[in-house]
Design a protein around this ligand. Structure first.
Ligand code: NAP
Length: 245
């Protein structure tokens, strides 16, 4: 039988926004399964959270590896019998940041970035959706970015107009489309699927130049993970406000 307490899986939970999201959800009394590329890193993360009084478990999950995704599903099914919250947080940046030139983007770079930021999210969600359906109120949060907004990129006066990094931005635009499509498929179920823009956050990806601290950077993911029955689905959200697609 499924456990009563809510269970959340957070990918890329060993550092940055993913770690903080796990911590904040754990502090709300939710069981957190912290996934990381290496088992040692996942276990270290879980130990750190447990020391803070959080019910945490570490699993190895490289989101791009099919065998890891299958093992994650089996672990969750055997241990909890359901999944209430899936946070698709793991992500990679373009290797050249904003210095790249759109017309020169290489296939290898596109494949690398899309593989983690889009294909792995679709595949992991496909694997875990049957378990999310066993939750009375499943929540799926896809970590997108304002840089995925076509509307803002197309506006020469928007704050992101000069921050163009096609491989990364395109992967998040496609992730936004996936969010809208999956929310539509699940519209007659209790499951809510949303895309989160965390803000520009001081992590390894965001760099020290970012204005937001990590605890604030996790707030949007946590808020979307804890949405009540009247909350939105199929939306692109930053700190409680909607962003244009
Ligand atoms: P980060 O500090 O660079 O952390 C990225 C996390 O993803 C790490 O735990 C990393 O694991 C993990 N990861 C990468 N590839 C993976 C894979 N194949 N399998 C499993 N885990 C993998 O990034 P962050 O700033 O916390 O970003 C979290 C999410 O927010 C990302 O999706 C990012 O695109 C999005 N976001 C961030 C910002 C920002 O300003 N920081 C802004 C908009 C959106 P390792 O430690 O093993 O590398």
């Amino acid at each position: 039988m499924a456990q009563e307490k809510k269970v959340a899986l957070i990918t890329g939970a060993n550092r940055g926004i993913g770690y903080e999201t796990a911590k904040q959800l754990g502090e709300q009394g939710i069981t957190v399964v912290v996934a990381a590329r290496s088992l040692s890193s996942a276990e270290e993360t879980a130990t750190k959270l447990k020391a803070a009084g959080i019910d945490a478990y570490g699993i190895q999950l490289d989101v791009t590896r099919a065998e890891d995704r299958v093992a994650a599903e089996k672990y969750l099914a055997d241990k909890f019998g359901k999944l209430d919250i899936l946070i698709n947080n793991a992500g990679v940046n373009a290797s050249t940041g904003f210095k790249n030139v759109t017309s020169q983007v290489e296939d290898e770079e596109l494949l690398r970035v899309f593989n983690t930021n889009l294909f792995a999210v679709v595949a992991l969600t496909r694997e875990l959706l049957p378990l999310v359906k066993k939750s009375p109120a499943g929540r799926i949060v896809n970590l997108s970015s304002i840089l995925g907004s076509l509307t803002l990129h197309a506006d020469p006066n928007s704050p992101i107009a000069n921050f163009k990094s096609f491989a990364y931005d395109g992967s998040k635009t496609a992730l936004n489309q996936y969010t809208v499509h999956l929310a539509h498929e699940l519209k007659d179920t209790p499951i809510k699927v949303n895309a989160a823009h965390p803000g520009w956050v001081k992590t390894e990806m965001g760099t020290d130049a970012a204005p937001m601290e990590i605890p604030d950077g996790a707030r949007t993911s946590v808020e979307l993970a804890l949405l009540g029955p009247e909350g939105p689905s199929g939306r692109f959200i930053h700190m409680g406000s909607e962003l244009p697609w």
